[in-house]
Design a protein around this ligand. Structure first.
Ligand code: SGN
Ligand code: CA
Length: 510
């Protein structure tokens, strides 16, 4: 008996010891503005995304992943810091500069023995990154063609080629040359599919023969929603024929756009040839009104999806690298966007609103041995939860001030309290004229308080009105529900220590 007990102890110790000495590697791929509506793993038929779908098949598809603040820098700041914007300090892209002196999760990983790297788009201002053994990042938004990168020592380098491919090149090089004695965390930030949706040359025209159906809310009149009435992100009015859709009368006009001017003569020839032919056809059609708006929508879809094709290919490329280099079994891979995006819903492009298309983000995760292939996770999770989840998976310390909740127990089928409500706060009040707002989402309802640009409350019954067209705030029938939701919202505001929202919450609206 004693002999068996000893053997049992040895086996358990070896297993534990083995686990502690074999923490998982981590690869997080974050794209920019990639809409779940365009990903086939989410049921989209607009295009096929085999790279992302494969991660979902081999791991989990998150059908209810949300962001705390639907815009680039703030989303990445939340991801890094495990905290909401009001506590990590990065509220908007316009005025914020990320304070790296925080307990960001990559620092915690370093303390636990990891080597860490960020390659590609980061968009957190110009402070020197910390917590990263290596970085090579795009300055600001970066460029699709012939991008510059900034590396350690503020060294700027210029690289010929297409950004999505170059980011993969750098990622593979770093993986090749890393210290193989240590576990690693690599964050790959893609520029794709950000405005102005410039596809890689071989992908130009890949959707030319496809006509995309208009979303049912394309001609939304924004009745009952004041903030939606004043936005400036519509395909009809905001999307530019020259800049966004590359319709130029001559090369001088095209060269006024920095993103085109920087292309090599060879690249420019192929690129502009393609668009000039389309421009010629368009002129013959002489479109205006809705017909022109619908033409713009088709062009937008074609450019966006062709840009996404390279993104998906490059996601597959990194996953294939991991598999070929024997890293598949001990590496967590997450693919997600910094937020969702409008693909013509409500007549829009861009993001920012707490409405579903921008609030929700695509997310897939492969974690062999923990996540069963083909898993679907319908629970609410947020980007603020990723940092604590990764730290727990790495056996590293989760800082006290993190506001996210690790969902590792959910993945492991261990004791886990699912989130019943989501809290959101968006601050920027400039480009695209989306009024700042905060709010709560429950399984059934969404309550939003807009402020600054527009002062108003909105309430949606997501069961009856999944497209969020009918603001029922103030309706007599909803009095009880509203009262309860307001209390829940206040509880969240207090839980997350959002003092600004608390003040606004009590402010009456005239
Ligand atoms: C740029 C874009 C906007 C976009 C913001 C934020 N204009 O300013 O359309 O909303 O970025 O995007 S552009 O003329 O420069 O393309 S984010 O992804 O960085 O948050
Ligand atoms: Ca973005």
């Amino acid at each position: 008996m004693k002999k068996y007990l000893l053997l049992f102890t040895i086996i358990i110790s070896v297993q534990l010891f083995g686990q502690q000495n074999n923490p998982p590697n981590i690869v997080v791929i974050i794209s920019d503005d990639h809409a779940f509506q365009t990903i086939s793993a989410y049921g989209s038929t607009m295009t096929q995304t085999p790279g992302i779908d494969r991660l979902a098949k081999e791991g989990a598809l998150f059908t209810n992943a949300y962001v705390t603040n639907s815009i680039c820098g703030p989303s990445r700041a939340t991801f890094l810091s495990g905290k909401y914007s009001h506590l990590n300090g990065f509220r908007d892209n316009e005025n914020s500069n990320f304070n790296f002196n925080q307990n960001i999760f990559v620092k915690q990983l370093q303390k636990a023995g990891y080597q860490t790297a960020w390659i590609g788009k980061m968009h957190l201002g110009d402070n020197i990154p910390q917590g990263l053994d290596y970085y090579n990042i795009l300055p600001d938004q970066g460029h699709y063609y012939n991008p510059d990168f900034i590396g350690s020592g503020n060294k700027r380098t210029h690289h010929e080629g297409y950004v999505t491919n170059i980011i993969s090149d750098f990622s593979e090089q770093w993986l090749d040359n890393r210290n193989k004695q240590k576990p690693f965390c690599l964050i790959i930030g893609h520029k794709a599919t950000h405005r102005i949706w410039m596809p890689d040359l071989p992908d130009l025209g890949m959707f030319e023969t496809k006509t995309f159906p208009l979303p049912s809310t394309f001609y939304d009149d924004y009745k009952t929603r004041k903030a939606a009435q004043v936005q400036d992100m519509s395909i009809a009015k905001t999307m530019l024929m020259g800049y966004d859709l590359k319709m130029f009368d001559n090369m001088q006009e095209a060269d006024k756009i920095g993103a085109i001017k920087r292309m090599s003569p060879e690249q420019k020839m192929v690129f502009m040839d393609y668009y000039n032919n389309i421009h010629k056809e368009l002129k013959e059609k002489n479109l205006n009104g809705n017909a022109l708006t619908e033409w713009k929508y088709q062009r937008y879809m074609r450019d966006y999806l062709a840009t996404a094709a390279s993104l998906d290919r490059n996601i597959d490329r990194i996953v294939t690298y991991l598999d070929k280099n024997n890293l598949a079994n001990n590496t967590i891979v997450i693919y997600m966007s910094d937020q969702g995006f409008y693909m013509g819903e409500h007549g829009w492009f861009d993001k920012r609103f707490m409405y579903e298309e921008s609030f929700r983000t695509p997310m897939v995760m492969r974690f062999p041995g923990v996540i069963k292939p083909g898993t679907k996770i319908n629970d609410f999770i947020m980007n603020v939860d990723i940092a604590p989840t990764l730290l727990q998976a790495a056996n590293a310390t989760i800082p006290q001030d993190y506001q996210g909740q690790s969902f590792l127990p959910l993945l492991k089928h261990e004791k886990y309290t699912p989130k019943k409500e989501l809290y959101y706060h968006y601050y920027e009040n400039g480009e695209h004229s989306v009024s700042p707002h905060f709010g709560i989402k429950t399984e059934r309802y969404k309550l939003i308080r807009f402020y600054k640009r527009i002062e108003s409350w909105e309430l949606f019954d997501m069961k009856k009105d999944p497209d969020e067209l009918n603001n029922i705030y103030g309706s007599k029938k909803m009095k009880k529900v509203t009262k309860k939701l307001k209390q829940q919202l206040l509880d969240l505001i207090e839980k997350y220590k959002d003092e600004e929202a608390k003040k606004l919450f009590y402010e009456p609206i005239n």
